[in-house]
Design a protein around this ligand. Structure first.
Ligand SMILES: NC(=O)c1ccc[n+]([C@@H]2O[C@H](COP(=O)([O-])OP(=O)(O)OC[C@H]3O[C@@H](n4cnc5c(N)ncnc54)[C@H](O)[C@@H]3O)[C@@H](O)[C@H]2O)c1
Length: 453
């Protein structure tokens, strides 16, 4: 089938490449000319495992192309997918400016014949109806009948494993208000061999928020259990394994740490809270999930602060800048927030990330006390404390004795629990992780010092 993607960002590019990979002919449209120039030149704009290979293959097989010309891009497409950003506004609401602009542009360019316009972006309930109205308003008077339907088609991929997820989805959700639209989208997704849910548009739109909010709830719940573990001397890692063996609970998303970040969970939880509020409903549980997540990061920083007395004039090494491993996405990354606190309080920060440094500097800006390093060992040089913020595999395989000898004081704050307590004790570090007991006397003293309030 001939398909068009409007918005060739993280999800749009991956969706377009994966549609092409299963045999569709796809044009990805973006109004960022620089992005399109790069993609046309064969340069990837994001880091995502497996993406480069499928983009190259499908471009060379003429199934995938890129353009900034929306009218040309959507001409002849049976389905047009809107995959533009829906960033959060101050009050938690999703900013739908890009969705509305894309809908208007599609309306102006829609050719005669029948087209399904499906929104992949995560959008509040009711957005499909608004998109439909905007397209209608913008249909220019051209020869021939222009027919269209608007559908909701949320995406559930995980950044860092997005290509795999996009090619092997657990389920496809299609929110349609006509059989004709449902049939077209059903054909688009037939090659995936996944269960397809065809529901009304409101159910589809809300299902996406429900999934992300539930996953965020699991994370905040486990982090609260971890906090209690620290107070009573229990081990959250063992507890979550015990929990995960219960099929009613399941093993996924039960890792304690410094909380969720990224461009989806923080935004989508706040947006769902806003949706509930606008309907006069107090979603108390979700509010608590958000609050726990915010506090979890601050707790981690507070423990580090107490460990070094004050950050002023201290050298802090930070391992990990992306919000999770295997991506260079730094949107709402806990690392950036932590680094800014450290810099504001007078620390010198030496940071390392395998792929996200450039995007992190673009957000943080050049700052005199921030040094981006070429390796974890360089980041550790002269450090009073080293914090692990993102669980890149590379950090699990470090030579701990080299790391230790590079540091001024061998103190590690591990926000992702990547080391075993035994391994790190043997290597001679003072080590603090999340929700796991510190057994010997020296470490008990550290625990007392860092978790006394
Ligand atoms: N990132 C994720 O893991 C993920 C997963 C599932 C769903 N989503 C949702 O998908 C949507 C897109 O997220 P993203 O991370 O890909 O965003 P992004 O910012 O990486 O990409 C959006 C792209 O849309 C382009 N764009 C904006 N307006 C346009 C227009 N009028 N015409 C053409 N192009 C336009 C931008 O230039 C940009 O390249 C969001 O609603 C997000 O919540 C994201």
């Amino acid at each position: 089938m001939k398909l068009a993607i409007v918005g060739a960002g993280h999800v749009g590019l991956i969706s377009g490449a994966c549609f092409a990979e299963v045999g569709h002919h796809v044009v990805c449209v973006d109004n960022d000319q620089e992005k399109i120039d790069k993609l046309q030149a064969g340069e990837l704009t994001i880091h995502e495992p497996g993406l480069e290979e499928i983009v190259k293959r499908n471009v060379s097989d003429n199934r995938l192309s890129f353009t900034s010309d929306l009218a040309g891009g959507i001409a002849g497409a049976e389905a047009v997918f809107i995959v533009v950003g829906t960033p959060p506004l101050e009050d938690g609401r999703s900013d739908l400016t890009y969705i509305y602009e894309a809908a208007a542009a599609i309306g102006k360019a829609l050719p005669s014949g029948y087209t399904v316009i499906a929104t992949i972006s995560t959008v509040p309930v009711g957005t499909s109806s608004e998109v439909e109205a905007i397209i209608k308003e913008n249909l220019s008077s051209r020869d021939g009948a222009i027919e269209f339907d608007v559908a909701s088609n949320p995406e559930f991929l995980r950044e860092g494993a997005a290509v795999f997820d996009r090619l092997h989805p657990h389920r496809i959700v299609i929110g349609a208000n006509s059989e004709r639209a449902a049939d077209v989208l059903n054909s688009v997704y037939e090659p995936y061999n996944a269960p397809i849910w065809i529901v009304d548009r409101e159910t589809s739109e809300l299902a996406k928020y429900a999934c992300n909010a539930f996953l965020a709830t699991k994370i905040s719940f486990v982090n609260e259990i971890a906090n209690i573990c620290e107070l009573v001397g229990a081990n959250v890692e063992k507890i979550t394994k015990i929990m995960g063996q219960d099929p009613r609970i399941g093993p996924d998303f039960l890792r304690a740490g410094i909380g969720y970040g990224g461009s989806c969970f923080p935004k989508d939880t706040r947006a769902l809270d806003h949706i509930a509020r606008t309907q006069g409903h107090n979603f108390a549980l979700l509010k608590a999930v958000i609050e726990v997540n915010n506090v979890q990061r601050e707790r981690f920083v507070e423990k580090m602060r107490r460990s070094v007395g004050s950050f002023n004039d201290k050298t802090i090494a930070i391992l990990g800048l992306s919000f999770k491993p295997n991506t260079d996405d730094v949107r709402e990354s806990p690392a950036l927030r932590i680094i800014q606190i450290l810099l504001d309080e007078g620390a010198r920060v030496r940071a390392y990330d395998p792929v996200a440094a450039e995007k992190a500097v673009a957000v943080l800006g050049e700052q005199p006390k921030l040094k981006i390093c070429a390796s974890p060992y360089e980041a550790a040089e002269g450090a009073d404390l080293l914090a692990i913020v993102t669980e890149w595999d590379e950090f699990k395989k470090l030579d701990l004795s080299t790391l230790r000898s590079a540091m001024k004081h061998p103190v590690i704050y591990d926000g992702r629990n990547i080391y075993s307590i035994e391994e790190i004790a043997e290597a001679g570090f003072e080590y603090y992780s999340v929700g796991r007991p510190i057994e010997n006397k020296e470490r008990t003293a550290l625990l007392d010092r860092t978790v006394s309030t």
